[in-house]
Write a protein that binds this ligand. Structure first.
Ligand code: PMP
Length: 361
């Protein structure tokens, strides 16, 4: 099999040893003679996986004990709607921090549900930087403040989080959950599609503080109601068993690799390597994010013109690199370097970037 370097933005690379274990156990899980794809979600075997996965997340992320950990479906996009449906009650407003495409999408869904105000925005800066949220001021009776901690398309990431003074803080962490240590006690609701750092698509991890569940309006349909999912331990209906099983294996892989602290150390080295290659290219490569907002997960850059961007993608593909074309709405280059992407992959990419610069610079 030809070697490929996978820089896809999501679904993205999974650790090889996880995929091998999945292959090994596919037809016979733990000596049951059955596949995880074929057993009841109410069986002991599956319940053990379900509970263990939840526990692993609690340990790895140091989730406060007054929070529920849920496994839902519909991707992070469903959370754009679920958050306001559950939390934006009549007469209140929700405050959104706008830092790029994903936070804008989240806000647009909330607009359909109730009153929304923009708490901070870097739109005027074309989202090159994340907005300053240190002194964020929101009305004390706001329903919640929503932010996107890592903007996957712009390639920007918050280093600091607001302190909205008693107003619940909600965060879309789809592209950086489990990639760096974050004080989870700062947040009241966190959601993330699994397909970047935690596993395959099909399951969305939601972490929600218990006291938020009490105020959910009775009119919210059960399937979209956090309280209903929490009361049923995320077994209100058939969960995405295969996705959760793979998340379980990925979490054990993270634990074997030094936990989130160890993973973050490696992620930092990977990102530094790529940004250094951009910065030392004499202006040939231009990083798209402002320096202080650069994402450790999605490195966005471009060459001096669209023709060379296209050539870069074509040539990189011939050399075994996958996924370096930026998002279709953004039209630049992007290397997504989630947890399972190795330092050696980043070293191979920097070597390719240097040789491309020599040939076309
Ligand atoms: N939020 C962010 C930050 C994302 O990167 C993505 C997907 N790339 C989404 C939300 C949407 O996720 P999904 O496709 O799982 O609905």
């Amino acid at each position: 099999m030809a070697q490929s370097y996978n820089f896809n933005a999501g679904p993205a690379r999974l650790p090889a040893e996880v995929l091998e274990q999945v292959r090994e156990e596919l037809l016979d899980l733990n000596g049951t003679g059955l596949s995880v794809l074929e057993i009841s979600h109410r069986s002991k075997v599956y319940e053990t996986i379900h509970g263990e996965t939840r526990q692993l997340l609690r340990e790895l992320l140091d989730i406060p004990s007054d929070c529920e950990v849920l496994f839902l479906q519909g991707g992070a996009s469903t959370q754009f709607a679920m958050v306001p449906l559950n939390l934006l009650v009549e007469g209140r407003t929700a405050a959104y921090v706008l830092s790029g495409t994903w936070s804008v999408k989240a806000r647009m869904e909330a607009d359909k549900v109730g009153d929304v105000v923009v708490a901070a925005s870097s739109e005027a800066d074309k989202f090159r930087n994340v907005p300053d949220v240190r002194g964020l001021s929101v009305r004390p009776d706001a329903a919640y403040v929503h932010m996107t901690t890592n903007e996957t398309i712009a390639g920007t990431q918050f280093r600091e989080f607001p302190d909205p003074g008693g107003v619940p803080l909600v965060a879309d962490m789809s592209s950086d959950l489990l990639s760096r240590t974050v004080d989870m006690s700062r947040f009241d609701l966190v959601y993330a599609g699994a397909q970047k750092n935690a596993g395959p698509s099909g399951v969305t991890i939601v972490i929600v503080r218990n006291d938020l569940l009490r105020g959910i309006p009775r009119t919210v349909p059960d399937i979209l109601n956090y309280r209903v999912h929490a009361e049923h331990g995320s077994l209100f209906h058939t969960p995405p068993v295969f996705s959760i099983y793979i998340v379980n294996l990925v979490l054990k892989w993270i634990r074997r690799n030094g936990g989130v602290v160890g993973i973050e150390r490696n992620n930092r080295r990977k990102a530094e390597l790529l940004y250094r290659t951009v910065d030392e290219s004499g202006g040939f490569y231009e990083g798209l994010a402002g320096r202080d907002s650069r994402s450790m997960m999605n490195v966005t850059f471009r060459t001096p013109d669209a023709e060379r961007d296209e050539l870069f993608v074509k040539e990189s593909e011939r050399h075994g690199f996958v996924g370096l074309k930026g998002h279709r709405d953004a039209g630049h280059l992007r290397a997504s370097i989630y947890n399972a992407v190795g330092l050696e992959d980043c070293l191979a990419l920097t070597a390719f970037m240097r040789s491309f610069l020599q040939r076309y610079g």
